[in-house]
Design a protein around this ligand. Structure first.
Ligand code: HEM
Ligand code: HEM
Length: 395
């Protein structure tokens, strides 16, 4: 046949076919071996969304570059069967990742998806009302059983390809093999429809990925900071001060800081009864250095900064203790208040003060992550908060 494009698939179609075949089998094996391992879940979701992107691009490519017609001698029923297997494959390449995305969107355990550790991926829109065990179960049934559908179709597909390769019609497999395997002419590369197929999918996926960026500031009204009656006699050096937290996730230490906060400090070592401190923390400024943690901590069941952009900490009951001071820290977070003891040291040299303190908090008491992990199976209940900072005495 002189027109190469009529006897073989294009190089792009061949590359997509084999890359996606490998990815799909990898995904099924990974899906069966996730063992509650969060890193594997995230990889599964990342590759799955990639498959969805490739499947849409592949459909667009196929539209612009129709496959070569099947050999003339092939019985009609076999042509129809082959076509139906291909249609079913396309339906699964789109339906299975969509079901996975739907599943994580309606799951009562709202875990964020961060593609390849760098790109926040939103939940499917309009699924909030469907969030329940029941709906999740239905989606999970389809999602997990589809693995067997893929294997069933693959058996038919490979049997068909082999039969028509060695049978009378000859050369069906060569149509889908890269040039280096076939003795026939090299794969056709009309190069038509790149922008349509890949550009279209890319634009759609970029628009979806833009959603978390646009709404990352939270849609809740920023409430005015509580007016403090504290007559500050110290100015905090924010550049030299830090509010840090440290915890344990799946046996590994994690930690981070709140980037934005303000403090009113009235403190007299000689008059502790008159001393008072109020710290207002912008919960949107939480940062761990790991995108997946940041996205989860900014989620509704954790700090929920969209609705509660501020946490307020009031220190009172100052007392001297061995080597330093103790105080009570009353933390108001998400509309609820919890009091914990705080121990700190304060070194005052002239008008300069250096503070170092710590308090142990309970996630349960503060209602953090109590939906997905109330038993602290993944994230330890105890979180250590450490404060370090410098302040200058007002003259
Ligand atoms: C073509 C792409 C995909 C394939 C072939 C696939 C396949 C699988 C398989 C075989 C399992 C194991 C099910 C079982 O335990 O029997 C699984 C589990 C899972 N998949 Fe996928 N998946 C794909 C895409 C996705 C996507 C895009 C997401 C989410 C964005 C996702 C989320 C999940 C979750 C959360 C589970 C665990 C379900 C559970 O045990 O509760 N998957 N997947
Ligand atoms: C899960 C793995 C696989 C999937 C999802 C898959 C899917 C597909 C699809 C959708 C097509 C139609 C292409 C189109 O018209 O755009 C196709 C064609 C083809 N596939 Fe696969 N495939 C897989 C694995 C394999 C394997 C292992 C072989 C090797 C025997 C194979 C051989 C072929 C051949 C020869 C064609 C061309 C058939 C024709 O021209 O009608 N595929 N495949």
């Amino acid at each position: 046949m002189s027109d190469a494009s009529r006897s073989r698939y294009t190089s792009v179609a061949i590359a997509l076919h084999w890359a996606m075949a490998v990815l799909l089998i990898f995904m099924i094996l990974l899906g069966w071996n996730m063992d509650d391992n969060e890193a594997r879940f995230q990889l599964h979701k990342s590759v799955g969304i990639t498959i969805l992107f490739l499947a849409l691009s592949r459909l667009g490519w196929r539209f612009a570059n129709p496959p070569p017609p099947l050999p003339e001698g092939m019985p009609k029923i076999e042509k129809t069967a082959s076509h139906m297997v291909h249609v079913a494959f396309y339906a699964l390449m789109i339906g299975v990742p969509l079901a996975g995305w739907f599943m994580v969107s309606v799951s009562p355990f709202q875990v964020s998806t961060v593609l390849y550790g760098v790109l926040s991926w939103p939940h499917l829109p309009f699924t909030e009302r469907l969030r329940s065990e029941g709906v999740y179960g239905v989606a999970e049934f389809f999602h997990s059983k589809s693995a067997w559908l893929i294997f069933g179709l693959l058996a038919l597909h490979v049997a068909g390809a082999v039969k028509h390769e060695i049978g009378a019609e000859d050369g069906v497999l060569k149509r889908m093999l890269p040039g280096l395997f076939g003795k026939a002419e090299p794969p056709a590369l009309p190069g038509r429809g790149f922008v349509f197929a890949f550009g279209g999918s890319l634009a759609l996926f970029a628009a979806i990925a833009a959603v978390p960026l646009i709404f990352s500031g939270g849609n809740g009204e920023a409430k005015a900071a509580p007016v403090s009656s504290i007559q500050s006699n110290w100015d905090v050096d924010y550049a030299a001060s830090e509010i840090r937290f440290d915890g344990v996730h799946e046996g590994r230490a994690f930690g981070g800081t709140f980037g934005t906060w303000t403090a009113d400090v009235a403190f007299w070592p000689e008059d502790l009864a008159r001393s008072a401190v109020q710290v207002v923390v912008d919960t949107r400024s939480i940062r761990t250095g790991t995108k997946l943690y940041d996205d989860n901590l900014r989620g509704k069941e954790w700090f929920n900064p969209g609705e509660f952009p501020e946490a307020v900490v009031v220190l009172s009951d100052f007392a001297e203790a061995a080597g330093g001071y103790t105080a009570t820290a009353r933390i108001t977070l998400k509309g609820k208040a919890v009091s914990v003891p705080l121990a700190f040291t304060l070194e005052i040299a002239g008008n300069e003060a250096t503070l170092s303190g710590s308090a142990e908090l309970s996630r349960k008491a503060l209602d953090l992550g109590q939906l997905s992990d109330p038993g602290a199976a993944y994230v330890a209940d105890a979180v250590m908060v450490t404060l370090s900072g410098k302040a200058a005495r007002r003259s």
